[in-house]
Design a protein around this ligand. Structure first.
Ligand code: GUN
Length: 296
């Protein structure tokens, strides 16, 4: 029997309905509106498309939202000044700097400049550290979306063998950290494999939950998956364009093979991606409440 599809797009829709109601309540009861700025440096087409989707969702939920486009040759100093401006803007509760940044800009320095209480990506070292010790204020968006999908699909995480393919700061490392916490929706035994792992298949074949975040199209083949595993595909790899210029996307998992072996799998698109954006909105609502000292 083919695997069940874990449709993040549908779960994300449900959560957005809840968030929209919360935004309306905050407006009526406290006269506050969650504010999000997304800063994009340069014209990377994939980044433009992600940022557009984030802005569109913010708009749909009734946020105050700003898209701040900057040229590719923007200096690091100027970018730090822009971040400082938003750090001090009371209408803005969430600041997102889309990554990757141009080579001449030190990414770590930029992330460090964001006020941790407005860091809705949860990339600031303070938020990374809080996650590590199991006391996060904000969860990083893609890992949070993955965990939410696993929990809502009824996947048993406690005691499960989880294998993460990829060790990025955005997905691989934080999802590993989250799922191994002594907490609800966690308590897994986690292995992280990467480009220097000697025998990737040996590990992936043992996974009850396999999370592919390698950034390589169709890297995980059917014979690398344990029968009955739950497969989460984080990959968004552009493999070409249609005649009318639309991006053709493939995940990090060879879907047609995996769907015959796994018990459940996320599609690409429509799996993890919409969950990521929704978690960003959730973090922004939270940041708005923190900044306005709203406890209910
Ligand atoms: N680039 C790829 N994924 C992300 C993300 O989740 N946040 C930001 N800021 N940049 C990204």
């Amino acid at each position: 029997m083919p695997a069940k599809l874990l449709k993040g797009a549908e779960v994300a829709k449900e959560i957005r309905i809840e968030l929209k109601a919360e935004v309306e309540r905050l407006k009526e009861k406290y006269n506050v509106v969650p504010g999000l700025v997304t800063i994009l440096v340069g014209e990377n087409p994939a980044s433009q498309s992600y940022v557009r989707a984030k802005q569109q969702t913010a708009h749909e939920l009734g946020f105050y939202s700003i898209q701040d486009d900057q040229p590719a040759d923007l200096s690091e100093e100027k970018l730090l000044e822009i971040i400082d401006k938003y750090n001090n803007d009371p209408k803005i509760h969430g600041i997102l700097v889309q990554l990757p940044l141009p080579k001449h800009v030190n990414e770590n320095k930029v992330l460090l400049a964001i006020d941790p209480s407005k860091d809705v990506d949860a990339f600031h070292p303070v938020n990374v550290g809080k996650l590590m010790i199991g006391e996060p204020d904000y969860l990083p968006c893609t890992p949070a979306g993955i965990q939410e999908l696993l929990v809502r699909s009824g996947t048993e995480i406690s005691g499960a063998e989880v294998v993460v393919v990829g060790r990025s700061n955005i997905v691989g490392k934080p999802i590993a950290m989250m799922l191994l916490q002594k907490a609800k929706g966690a308590n897994a035994t986690v292995t992280v494999v990467h480009t220097r792992t000697k025998d990737v298949k040996f590990h992936t074949k043992r996974a009850d939950i396999l999370i592919a975040a390698a950034g390589v199209a169709e890297y995980v083949k059917g014979d690398m998956i344990k029968p009955g595993a739950v497969v989460i595909d984080v990959g968004v790899n552009e493999v070409g364009r249609t005649a009318d210029g639309k991006r053709i996307l493939k995940g990090d998992v060879a879907f047609n093979e995996a769907v015959e072996i796994a018990s459940a799998i996320t599609p690409v698109p429509g799996g993890v991606g919409p969950m990521t954006i929704t978690m960003l909105m959730k973090n922004t609502v939270r940041a708005c409440k923190v900044h306005n000292n709203i406890k209910d």
